[in-house]
Design a binder for this molecule. Structure first.
Ligand SMILES: [Ca+2]
Ligand SMILES: [Ca+2]
Ligand SMILES: [Ca+2]
Ligand SMILES: [Ca+2]
Length: 267
């Protein structure tokens, strides 16, 4: 507040000087009116090319859509999953207007118990207010450059980095759907750009209920449901998948890990 008052009095003093000057000397004024700074936009659009479930194409309406801003589209909706179930999803991102960094963030995670049945009790589930399914769900994401929905390390397709842990070999030990860096200053991946070769970024995701193993030589992804315990019966896991874009210009050090969407209730 003090600072504002001081600068206000400085303006008054300068104005007085100018007034004094115009009385004594020839002068002229040119005015440039209507100057405008218009804020550029960062507009991210998302396509979806469909999904597979246990190796079959999912023919359910709504798994594929053309490039758009998301409203109520879902990447994953499965009502009756079982241990060992697996699937894929492949989407693409487009940055309209301006180059953008991009992240895939998972928020509003919720583990619901629904009823706690006998099998769950026998498996040691004594938390009626919290489900256990999320710890058994794994998702692997990669840059699906050729947009064929399969992971092709031979063609130099790269895994997306899990935030804070670039060690890809540890992927199969993560027990929940983690945030992924699509392109930030640390990922070694070019930002999305409306022009040039990076205009579209294809992303593949493979999910598994159980232990997911990814072979980074062959690209084979397998899912073993044998470790899924009965404590997850009838439980459900829901989450919002947020595709976040932020300007590149004047923002060279952007990191997906610094983006906070807030999800304080999940542990
Ligand atoms: Ca349950
Ligand atoms: Ca529980
Ligand atoms: Ca591919
Ligand atoms: Ca449970």
């Amino acid at each position: 507040m003090k600072k504002i008052i001081i600068s206000g009095s400085m303006v008054v003093a300068i104005a007085a000087l100018v007034t004094g000057a115009t009385i004594a000397f020839f002068n002229d004024t040119e005015t440039s009116t209507g100057n405008v700074f218009t804020a550029g936009s960062i507009d991210l659009k998302v396509d979806s090319f469909g999904a597979t479930y246990n190796g079959q194409d999912v023919e359910v309406q709504g798994t594929a859509w053309t490039s758009r801003n998301l409203t109520n589209q879902k990447f994953f909706t499965f009502e009756d999953i079982k241990p060992g179930d697996y699937g894929t999803r492949h989407i693409s991102l487009h940055a309209d207007d301006n180059p953008a960094w991009a992240c895939l963030l998972v928020t509003n995670k919720e583990d619901d118990e629904h009823d706690l049945n006998d099998a769950e009790g026998d498996a040691g589930d004594d938390t009626e207010d919290k489900g256990e399914l999320s710890k058994y769900i794994h998702v692997f994401g990669w840059q699906d450059d050729d947009s064929d929905g399969t992971y092709d390390p031979d063609d130099d397709e790269k895994p997306l980095k899990i935030q804070g842990d670039p060690d890809f070999d540890l992927l199969s030990f993560f027990d929940v759907f983690y945030d992924l860096d699509i392109a930030d200053s640390q990922s070694g991946t070019d930002p999305l750009s409306p022009t040039g070769p990076a205009a579209t970024r294809n992303i593949g995701m493979a999910w598994c209920v159980g232990t997911q193993t990814v072979n980074h030589d062959t690209g084979a992804i397998s899912c073993d449901g044998s470790g899924v315990q009965d404590d997850a019966q009838t439980d459900s896991f829901s989450a919002d998948v947020v595709l976040y874009a932020e300007q590149v210009r004047n923002n060279p050090n952007f990191k997906c890990a610094d983006v906070e969407l807030g999800d304080p209730d999940f542990d």
